[in-house]
Each structure stands twice: as C-alpha cells, then as structure tokens.
Design a protein around this ligand. Structure first.
Ligand SMILES: Cc1ncc(CNC=O)c(N)n1
Length: 225
C-alpha cells in the first residue's frame, strides 16, 4: 500500500473503488429522465419542494464547516472556497422561491419525506464539534459533486433537456460550479493526504453514506420511497 499508490489522490481511488455507487448517484433515473426529456412534472415539483427543505438544512452545515475550517485548516484559502459555497446557497434560496412560484409549488407547507429527513439528520450529525474538519469537508465535496455531475450531464452532448428545466441544470451544472467542486476536491485530498488511517477510513465511510443518501433523494423525487 505504501509507495507507488501514494501519488494517486484519495478521492480518485475511492471513485474507482465505489464506481457503481457513484454512478448510481450521478446517473440516476431521475436526472436521466430530465436529460432525455421524459421527466414527469409531478416528480420535478416534488424534487423542487423537497430540495428547498434540504438546502435550508444545508446552510447551518456549511456554517459549521466554516467554523471548523477557521479553527483547524492549515490553509487560509479554504475559507474563501467554502464562503463561495455560502454565496451560492444564498442565491439558491432565492432561486428556489422564484422557481416554486413559477411551477405553483407552495414552499410553506411541504412535508419532508423520509429520505429527506434522514439525509438532514445525517447533515446535523456532521455539524457536531466531534466531527473533524477533514471529515466534514470531504462530505461537503461529495454532496456538491453529486449535483454538479448529475446536472452537468443533463446539459452535455446528446441531452434533450426541456428549455424550462435547463436553468435548473445550469445552477449546478455550470462550469464555475464545476471549478468550485474541483477546489473542494483539492482541499479534501490535501487534508486526507496528511491524515492518519482512522480519519481516512472514516471519511471514506462518510462519502459512501452521502452517495447512498443522494440515491435515495433522487428516488424519493420519483415517488419511489
Ligand atoms: C440533496 C441535495 N444534494 C446536494 C445539493 C447541492 N448542494 C447545494 O445546493 C442539493 N441541493 N440537494
């Protein structure tokens, strides 16, 4: 395990090892249906309302991550990258409100579904002071990367995404968001490289859980659970 393998960034190794699960999250039937134009409006609206709830819970998670970065990071630029994520979320919340009114979705009386509640509870567990910065920033990368990959694919060659859903896909599928996810991946890899084995395996387990929660979230949007 020492030597040759050391030069391969940790996240790259994990994405190879867990390729099937990563593909399940980033090429899910829900986003594939957006891409091929067959998505049901009811499913899209369900996703929109549920994701608004998720994003509201994501804000305090990112705030807790900022705090961890400030206390534990060895590189000042981490704060700036994460702060970019906060700025995007600020925009995103306004966008959800506009998009919801466009589709006649009421955001005030949405009942969070089981998969969403469980994912939000997981986020909350990561906000604890006991969770190391390295673990939390790796989880953050995974959460953002699934949306980036999923929605970029809806805009890539051969997509038949309807005009009215392109803006949604752009939100996470645009090149800036892609570069931002790349910066998060670099941060996570840099931290993991300096981490002891127990932190590395904890981070890997967390990434797997994020991917599983994302799969469940997409399936929930299709009304499957
Ligand atoms: C369920 C889920 N996962 C990731 C994201 C993307 N991050 C922030 O918007 C999201 N909106 N929803």
């Amino acid at each position: 395990m020492e030597g040759a393998k050391k030069d391969i960034p940790m996240i790259k190794k994990w994405l190879n090892q867990h390729h099937q699960l990563y593909t399940a999250a980033t090429r899910h039937p829900f986003t594939l249906s957006i891409r091929d134009g067959s998505v049901q409006l009811s499913a899209f609206k369900r996703w929109l309302g549920q994701d608004y709830i998720f994003v509201r819970a994501f804000v305090p998670f990112v705030a807790s991550l900022l705090l961890k970065a400030w206390k534990e990071s060895d590189d000042d630029s981490d704060i700036e990258v994460i702060l970019g994520g906060v700025a995007a979320l600020n925009d995103e919340i306004s966008w959800f409100k506009r998009e919801a009114s466009k589709w006649n979705v009421s955001l005030s009386n949405i009942v969070p579904q089981k998969a969403n509640l469980e994912y939000c509870r997981f986020l909350e567990s990561l906000m604890s002071d006991d969770v190391e910065y390295t673990i939390a920033v790796t989880a953050f990368w995974a959460i953002e990367a699934v949306y980036q990959e999923s929605y970029a694919h809806c805009l890539a060659d051969g997509s038949k995404t309807s005009e009215e859903l392109k803006e949604t896909c752009q939100r996470w599928g645009n090149d800036d968001f892609g570069r931002y996810c790349g910066s998060l991946q670099d941060i996570a890899n840099r931290r993991l490289e300096k981490s002891p084995e127990d932190i590395i395996s904890k981070a890997e387990a967390i990434v797997i859980r994020v991917l599983e929660y994302e799969v469940e979230f997409w399936s929930m949007s299709r009304g499957e659970n």
